[in-house]
Design a protein around this ligand. Structure first.
Ligand code: ADP
Ligand code: MG
Length: 758
């Protein structure tokens, strides 16, 4: 079949069709692979829906200035420079003895080279070659880089005293070393590249002698291939086909360059701009794209919020003196000022006709649970049912236990509904819920999802689950329920940012801990300090306290991690503390087992609980005073803060020991150092944002909230504030043509899930 004549490339061109534009050696198969890789990036289900716009929104992670080649005489230790060199010799040698066939091998490949005018001693460029085909790759490079071959290479040069010259280590030789004149016609197939991917001298100019973007690997496309493809696409796109999405007066106010220019320059920095600005994401191109990113997200959120304010719930609550007296009669302690303040805010929402959608933020141990219980009682006093959802069964059980105890003297029936109940029990409870006989239902997320029907659901509380909320509310509403929603989280992020990131949630903050807490002492220990850890455990257990030992469990290596934790548990139980009761808890255990271990720990029978991160959030055993985290370097900061929050819940002094084998690496030192330095969840969250980016921290990836493509809510706070202000300005003029166009635009964008909004 003859393919249809392609028109010009536009932003809407499907990536799968790129092969018909003859660009950058992209055949049909590779076009499809590229579309698939981008689909994963953009959360599009269908590779056919991925467009050139998606490709251009795959921004570089950094840039390299390869435009001005340096000379050997200009080098100094640590200098970043590109050099044009001529090969004098190469040398590839194994660094490990091959231990039989089929084993992965490691080679070092070294190229010595000299610059044209010979301004200094021969320098050395080297890299590791590994994998099954390492030997072939070494052979390939030896043939490619024969004496006299000219090449350009870029990177950080280091002085090596032993060899009395400069050395450059490449991380990705295929990209960081570019051959200028292949010495022979016969080029073997590059074992690192596919067939459609053979070296093409006409493309070399894209990679050398200019400023180049460096991309994260995209599927099987390395940075260099992405660069070639983006370059080819941009050169075929005319500015006219790149639609400007922001009004001219807005661009003028915010001093933004046009979209076409920004899209070009964010990939290929022009020769005259500051590279420092590019590195810091402060170039004109960056500012424009970041602004746009924030603008559309805040605009969409604002639109959703306006929608909610127009909704009406079945009945606004009545919270009078008698309701408050009832609440007062079950309170186990005096509320802190902060707890009283947020309770008042929640009451106000519940008494209003619009459904509450509030985020309750408070550091670990700040006492969020009791606030939720108060809200639940208020709803139940109004003859409404309530649901409390927790992220884990362990936490759901703990909540059910506590709330049952708290409400024992009231007429309210509290039940625990989890996925692990027997089918008959479940049916029984579900019937009771439907009949309105259960007033407070505690469970995991399954609670709402498993087709649970309520007679009259008035309030949903979602604990420790910031990855939740907006979408689930939509789901509930779709089932004809429009309850008040209270989401609780210990992730402390600045209020203005929270408003943006959490979508249409209002925010309340508990900024005060209950009285009588002793600060937790946090220590970072290396492997060689295990004896000290043992002494600490022994001492604390003797004094009647209890201990957590937590192991990381990551999805990719779940089985190994679990084995690790189990082995350590057996070792602690049999060898180190044979006379103490040691327990094991992990997510793969049967619910009944989990519950019996947990209640033995709550009862103080188990002294040392070895666990995976299932106890990360919410677990409240005030008698536990030591938290030991194994492989602490593998946890995020906010996660460590959560884990640490499991101790220090009583009046006794508590300890958090972060064990790590690579105490010495800079990153581990920086991150774990912060933990030792501060107990302030706010500072830790900021640091975490800096180190890992907001997507990770806030779990927006899972929440269905739109992700920012390039905007970083910490780094780009000023742009965020301005974008938000502009979004509000346009939302404030709903009748204007410009606003109507904006609304139409974001409704079409599947990122925002707004298609249904009228
Ligand atoms: P988190 O905010 O981390 O969910 P919790 O609600 O589990 O914290 O509360 C932590 C501990 O503090 C619990 O043992 C709880 O009973 C206790 N607590 C909460 N509020 C107060 C208060 N006002 N006075 C004394 N203890 C309190
Ligand atoms: Mg909690």
């Amino acid at each position: 079949m003859i393919p249809p004549m392609p028109g010009a490339i536009s932003l809407n061109t499907s990536i799968e069709d790129l092969h018909s534009f003859k660009i950058a050696r992209l055949g049909q198969i590779l076009s499809h692979k590229l579309a698939k890789a981008l689909a994963a990036q953009t959360h599009k289900k269908n590779a056919a829906d991925v467009t050139v716009e998606d490709l251009l929104n795959y921004f570089p992670m950094r840039y390299e200035d390869r435009s001005r080649p340096a000379l050997i005489k200009d080098l100094h230790d640590g200098a970043e420079a590109s050099l044009e060199l001529t090969v004098t010799k190469t040398h590839g040698y194994p660094v490990r003895n091959p231990r039989g066939y089929g084993r992965a091998q490691l080679y070092i490949f070294e190229v010595s080279g000299i610059d044209g005018p010979m301004t200094g001693r021969e320098v050395i460029v080297w890299w590791f070659v590994s994998g099954r085909r390492a030997y072939d790759i070494v052979k390939y490079y030896t043939a490619k880089l024969t004496r006299g071959t000219r090449f350009i290479t870029f990177g950080r040069w280091e002085w090596e005293a032993r060899r009395n010259t400069f050395k450059l280590r490449l991380n990705n030789a295929a990209d960081e070393l570019e051959v200028l004149l292949p010495p022979s016609e016969e080029i073997e197939i590059d074992p690192e590249q596919s067939e459609e991917n053979q070296p093409d001298p006409s493309l070399a100019a894209i990679h050398v002698g200019r400023r180049v973007p460096v991309y994260r690997k995209l599927g099987e496309f390395n940075s260099k291939r992405v660069r070639e493809i983006v370059h080819a696409v941009l050169s075929q796109l005319t500015d006219k086909t790149i639609e400007e999405t922001l009004p001219a007066d807005l661009r003028h106010r915010a001093k933004l360059i046009g979209r076409a220019q920004a899209l070009r320059e964010i990939h290929f920095p022009p020769p005259d701009v500051s590279m420092l600005d590019y590195e810091r994401s402060k170039s004109a191109a960056h500012v424009r794209m970041i602004f746009e990113d924030f603008f559309w997200v805040t605009f969409a959120i604002g639109l959703k919020r306006g929608q909610r304010e127009k909704e009406v719930k079945a009945t606004p609550l009545r919270i009078d003196k008698s309701v408050k007296d009832h609440i007062g009669s079950v309170m186990p302690f005096k509320l802190t000022g902060a707890q009283r303040k947020v309770t008042a805010q929640i009451f106000k929402d519940m008494q209003s006709t619009a459904p509450m959608n509030r985020l309750l933020q408070g550091d670990v141990g700040s006492g969020k649970t009791i606030v939720a219980v108060i809200a639940m009682i208020a709803a139940m006093e109004n003859d409404l049912q309530t649901a409390l959802m927790a992220p884990t069964e362990i936490l759901a059980e703990q909540h059910a236990r506590n709330i049952k105890r708290l409400l024992a003297k009231t007429p309210y029936r509290v039940e625990l509904l989890t996925g692990s109940l027997r089918a008959s029990e479940k049916r029984h409870l579900q019937n009771a819920l439907k009949e309105g006989e259960i007033h407070a239902c505690v469970g995991t997320q399954a609670l709402i999802q498993e087709a649970v029907a309520f007679e009259k659901l008035g309030l949903v509380v979602i604990d420790e689950q910031h990855r939740f909320g907006v979408m689930q509310r939509a789901e509930l509403r779709a089932r004809g329920l429009n309850p008040d929603v209270l989401v609780m989280t210990a992730t402390p992020i600045p209020r203005s940012l929270a408003m943006t990131v959490y979508g249409d949630l209002d925010v309340s903050i508990i900024d005060e801990l209950p009285p009588g807490r002793t600060p937790i002492e946090t220590l970072v220990f290396g492997e060689d300090q295990r004896q000290e850890v043992k002494r600490l455990i022994t001492r604390e257990v003797k004094a009647g306290r209890q201990v957590y030992v937590v192991y990381p469990l990551v999805e990719e290596s779940e089985k190994m991690d679990l084995k690790d934790a189990t082995r350590r548990y057996e070792y602690l139980r049999d060898t180190v503390f044979p006379r103490l009761k040691v327990g094991l808890l992990h997510g793969k255990m049967k619910p009944a087992e989990k519950e019996s271990v947990m209640s033995a720990f709550v009862a103080g029978e188990i002294k040392i609980l070895v666990s995976t991160t299932v106890i990360e959030v919410g677990v409240d055993v005030p008698n536990a005073s030591v938290m030991i985290v194994e492989h602490a370097e593998r946890f995020g900061l906010s996660q460590l803060h959560q884990l640490r929050g499991r101790v220090g819940r009583g009046a006794e002094k508590s300890y958090c020991i972060l064990l790590t084998s690579d105490k010495k690496t800079a990153v581990a030192e920086e991150r774990l150092g912060i933990m030792a330095e501060t107990n302030d969840g706010f500072r830790i969250a900021e640091k975490d944002l800096e180190l890992r980016g907001p997507g990770e921290l806030l779990g927006t990836k899972q929440s269905g909230l739109p992700e920012f493509r390039i905007g970083n809510i910490v780094r780009d706070q000023e742009i965020l504030a301005q974008a938000k202000q502009e979004a509000e300005y346009y939302l404030g003029k709903p009748k204007s043509v410009v606003t109507a166009k904006m609304i139409a635009r974001i409704k079409k964008d599947p990122r925002f899930g707004l298609a249904a909004i009228g």
